[in-house]
Design a protein around this ligand. Structure first.
Ligand SMILES: C[S@@+](CC[C@H](N)C(=O)[O-])C[C@H]1O[C@@H](n2cnc3c(N)ncnc32)[C@H](O)[C@@H]1O
Length: 279
């Protein structure tokens, strides 16, 4: 249990160490833009943190996220065979960070083309932090995904606004939404989650891998709430969101399959939910 309790503090230590690195990096580069406001500096700081921690987060998430997007996950358990519809059609990824899943998207598109099945054909990727953009561009180029992958340099709250994004997301226009540890970061989920629900077509799939409030252990839940006081300013996200409840209550769902991933300890300070909601 001690390992689980200390884990967020280890991440916060990395964030604290990223602070002087951020200051030095932008001063040495002569990029004073990062210092123009607190929110701009906060984004620059998060980018330095995430570029280091993101690959580790991806490694931990991949054993669930890849089967999830391949339609090989049920009740939080990875299945050998496809049991539900894999990622397809017009996709929106929220909080894409540096585009950790670009290689996977490319592989999925290529395999679907080879097998004659319906893979993703357009991927919109929303992310308001401009300091992650250059790493993202490298990942998109390495994956040769330029034609399919549309970078939206804005947050979820601006997606319906054509002037801000250049690519307006219309109601009922998306086949799939992907949120991988992104809903912990978005502002005002009570306003922005209903917007996402609205963008999804009837029959559309919302693939979820999110870290959430611990409901298994009252002790850990209490420690989680205390840790969140420090976590929010240091890591720019929320530790204690009840994302499963928020998603379930968005409206009518044809199917909901959300569960903790198999093998997670009940004492996790950063526990997850994984699964798909079908509208
Ligand atoms: C923890 S990171 C996860 C990144 C990515 N999903 C991954 O798996 O590597 C969450 C991301 O959400 C982004 N974010 C913050 N506010 C947002 C908003 N309003 N709309 C969309 N994304 C946002 C953050 O900048 C951050 O890059």
């Amino acid at each position: 249990m001690l390992r689980e309790i200390l884990f967020p503090w280890a991440l916060m230590t990395v964030s604290a160490l990223s602070l002087p690195v951020t200051i030095i990096k932008f001063l040495v580069a002569g990029d004073l833009h990062a210092f123009t406001s607190w929110s701009t500096f906060r984004d620059a700081w998060f980018a330095v943190f995430w570029i280091n921690v993101g690959p580790l987060a991806k490694q931990t998430a991949a054993p669930n996220v890849i089967p999830l997007l391949q339609g090989r996950l049920k009740d939080g358990k990875v299945q050998e065979k496809v049991v539900s519809q894999p990622l397809h059609g017009t996709v929106l990824e929220i909080g894409r960070g540096v585009g950790m899943w670009t290689q996977f998207y490319k592989k999925t598109i290529d395999e679907a083309e080879k097998d004659g099945t319906a893979g993703p054909d357009t991927i919109y990727a929303s992310e308001p932090n401009r300091f992650l953009a250059s790493t993202l561009r490298k990942h998109v180029k390495t994956a040769s995904l330029e034609e399919v992958y549309h970078v939206l340099p804005i947050g979820v709250e601006g997606l319906g606004n054509a002037t801000a994004s250049g690519a307006k997301i219309e109601p009922e226009s998306l086949d799939c939404i992907v949120t991988v540890q992104g809903l912990c970061c978005i502002p005002e989920p009570e306003k922005n989650l209903p917007l996402l629900y609205q963008y999804l077509k009837r029959g559309g799939h919302w693939y979820v891998f999110e870290h959430v409030r611990n409901d298994e252990s009252p002790l850990i839940s209490g420690i989680q709430s205390f840790t969140e006081i420090f976590w929010k300013p240091m890591v720019c996200c929320h530790l204690c969101r009840d994302t499963a409840k928020a998603l379930r209550s968005l409206g009518k769902w044809e199917e909901i399959d959300l569960a903790p991933p198999q093998g997670e300890s009940p004492y996790e300070m950063i526990p997850h939910i994984v699964g798909t909601l079908v509208k």
